[in-house]
Design a protein around this ligand. Structure first.
Ligand code: FES
Length: 108
């Protein structure tokens, strides 16, 4: 059974978050540690740790195909669906993000 998503406000404006030079930031929400990626005027959310060997993804980067690249072994994951696009067979948990009138929400 698919668990229903609960939406959580995580920022009124994206620039409240402490993005690093790669436009990645880590937040804790609903007991989970998430990595937020800012890509232009959009944001994506995924688990903070790589599913391969638990490296912190906030120290990776996002390539031009909207894939987050893990800094340790360079596995790549789609920020849209978590697919391990470099083909190692892992899956990165992703979370939906919505910009609403009153701020930015993530569905956990
Ligand atoms: S820990 Fe991320 S690719 Fe190995």
């Amino acid at each position: 059974m698919i668990k229903p998503v609960t939406w959580h406000l995580f920022a009124l404006h994206l620039n409240e978050l402490e993005f690093n030079a790669e436009q990645l930031a880590e937040i804790k929400i609903a007991g989970k540690q998430l990595c937020i990626a800012r890509v232009g005027d959009k944001a994506f959310a995924c688990a903070a740790k790589c599913p391969h060997a638990a490296m912190s993804l906030v120290s990776g980067y996002v390539n031009v195909q909207n894939q987050i690249v893990c800094p340790l072994h360079r596995y790549k994951f789609s920020l849209e669906n978590g697919r391990n696009v470099s083909g190692e067979g892992y899956f990165l948990k992703t979370y939906p993000v919505e910009e609403r009138e009153d701020g930015w929400y993530v569905g956990v």
